[in-house]
Design a protein around this ligand. Structure first.
Ligand code: NA7
Length: 539
């Protein structure tokens, strides 16, 4: 750490890593407290996820008007959403609008990566080094680094050897990639791949999709927001946010209180037809209460979706390949689509099941599977992320006595409320592992507000050191592990269980997410405050 000692130190009260949805709001709140705050952001502009992921068709699956910030009435009045499920360009514009409106940019440094963050006990603060060698210090370190922000390329031999154009969807070039009329390959069939495939299919020369695991996907039913609808939405914002406040996942959708088995087959089918025809996550988040916990219930809804896929894909053999066999509907994040399955009816589209013909390598001209070499102009890697803890692992974070966060979490994250870690004083995670997750900005606003409350309390009480107790961390971690039992989603490999075949040490499933409802999470965190910050030691 010689460079850390030599460089002049720039001092702040708080350093925030990340200027995405949570980092922007965290800055806004810390400023209100009068803290001298600096935000470090890797992208060349604000936006986080919505700065980076500019691949064709990128959009969110939350209703736009449930996704915007709720903290400013003025902002809600000013902003008009164009689509019910906004595309990446629209969301990026929105976050830039927020940064300008609240004059946030003057405290944000873009285009810099935090290399390391080391706790300094003597100074009761954090020494932060950037990739440009600069050294910064603050009493508080706030991580707002997202859940899906460390993209991973496939560990296929020869990835670097391809001579055509190649890119991971996360790094889609700002000037676009040339897929029109070209021979295009897509590796991966997650939510990102599905959006990309359905968007580029009409323009490519040929499209070859390399699928390892198919995903259960259901229609998004996106539409423009009319002026009248926008007026109505603005009038109902209180109601909309109150609804998101009460639902399990902070979406507008809430599970139906009935069991699949309480209704007749006709009623069940009619309900599922209705959900399948409606916009958004209703079919996942607003379904019968037992489809994500009861194997038989889950099988019934999986069979229903499988019938839809068979009806939409003309070639029965291709349809069968597109139907997941190793996990049930909703046990992985459900990608929402618009015309995805019909893409496979196009004569210029091929689906390669790489379980049948594994990829052997990438060559300078294409992708070689066990059957043959296919040549391409463009390879799109839609191969996902080192999720949840990956963005922490990329930074050399060290706490008391040089303890490395990455080592502490080797067997899975251990946190207090998903916000603090024992041994890492004054580090506060906004949307950290084991925190309540869901419709992201709704959950992030709560997380930021809770963290801000703690910071306010500490400043008002003259506290300079905040740390989770060993017992607090242990109890929370045990609680989260306990809540994870019985959820079918925790019995499946996915980014939600921390599995990434391309990252060393991430091959086994872990409980990565808080498995309770968001209202339960909130109740727990509010209870901690009411008990005078139970589970924390403050000095
Ligand atoms: P996902 O959902 O993790 O999907 C990644 C896809 O890439 C998935 O189909 C993987 O197959 C596939 N993959 C990954 N590595 C390889 C290799 N080495 N060979 C072949 N195929 C591979 O990431 P997304 O970006 O689509 O979505 C992430 C979230 O972002 C999404 O859920 C939204 O919440 C937003 P696998 O399933 O592992 O067999």
């Amino acid at each position: 750490m010689a460079d850390m000692i030599d460089a002049p130190v720039r001092e702040y009260d708080a350093i925030v890593i990340g200027a995405g949805v949570s980092g922007l709001y965290q800055l806004y709140r810390l400023r209100e407290l009068g803290l001298k705050t600096r935000v470090f952001e890797g992208g060349d502009n604000v936006g986080g996820t919505w700065f980076w992921n500019r691949y064709p068709g990128a959009r969110f699956d939350s209703e736009s008007w449930s996704y915007g910030y709720s903290f400013s009435r003025e902002l809600l009045e000013e902003w008009n959403w164009e689509e019910h499920f906004a595309s990446q360009p629209e969301t990026e514009r929105y976050l830039n609008y927020v940064a300008d409106k609240f004059d946030l940019r003057r405290d944000i440094q873009c285009g810099c990566w935090v290399k390391s963050a080391h706790y300094n006990e003597a100074r009761r603060g954090w020494d932060v080094m950037l990739d440009d060698g600069s050294h910064h210090h603050a009493a508080l370190l706030l991580t707002a680094i997202g859940v899906l922000s460390a993209p991973t390329l496939p560990n296929i031999p020869g990835v670097d050897s391809f001579k055509g154009q190649a890119c991971h969807t996360h790094f889609w070039p700002r000037e676009g990639a040339d897929y029109r009329g070209k021979r295009v390959a897509v590796i991966g069939t997650g939510a990102t791949a599905i959006q990309t495939i359905q968007t580029i299919a009409k323009d490519v020369g040929t499209l070859t999709v390399f699928q390892r695991t198919p995903n259960w996907s259901a229609p998004l039913h996106n539409a423009k927001v009319t002026d009248a609808e926008m007026r109505d939405i603005k009038d109902r914002y209180d109601e909309i946010f109150a609804r998101c406040f009460e639902t399990n996942g902070c979406f507008i959708h809430q599970p139906d209180p009935r069991s699949v088995f309480e209704v007749t087959v006709e009623e069940r089918e009619a309900f599922w037809e209705k959900l399948y025809a409606e916009p958004g996550f209703g079919i996942w988040q607003g379904n019968f209460r037992d489809i994500l916990v009861d194997r038989e219930a889950n099988k019934l809804i999986s069979d229903f979706i499988a019938r839809k896929i068979r009806a939409r894909v003309k070639d029965p053999a291709v349809a069968e390949k597109l139907i997941p066999k190793n996990h049930g509907f909703g046990t992985r994040r459900v990608p929402l689509e618009g015309g995805y399955f019909e893409v496979y009816n196009q004569p210029n589209v091929e689906l390669v099941d790489i379980n049948e013909t594994p990829i052997e390598c990438i060559t300078p001209t294409g992708i070689r599977c066990s059957d043959r070499l296919r040549e391409f102009d463009l390879i799109i890697y839609a191969t996902g992320f080192d999720a949840i803890t990956g963005s922490f692992d990329r930074i050399d974070i060290r706490g008391v006595d040089g303890r490395k966060l990455k080592d502490e979490w080797r067997n899975g994250p251990r946190t207090y409320l998903g916000i603090l870690v024992e041994g890492f004083p004054n580090m506060l995670m906004v949307m950290g592992p084991h925190a309540g997750l869901g419709n992201f900005p709704r959950a992030a606003e709560y997380s930021v507000d809770w963290v801000t409350g703690l910071v306010r309390h500490a400043r008002e009480s003259g506290i300079t050191r905040i740390e989770a107790t060993t017992a607090g961390e242990e109890a929370w971690t045990e609680h989260v592990l306990e809540l994870g039992k019985g959820l079918l989603s925790n019995e499946v490999n996915s980014w939600m269980t921390g599995v990434n075949s391309n990252v060393e040490g991430k091959q086994t499933r872990k409980i990565m997410r808080y498995g309770g409802s968001f209202p339960s999470f909130r109740q727990h965190c509010d209870g901690v405050v009411a008990d005078g910050y139970r589970g924390l030691v403050m000095a």
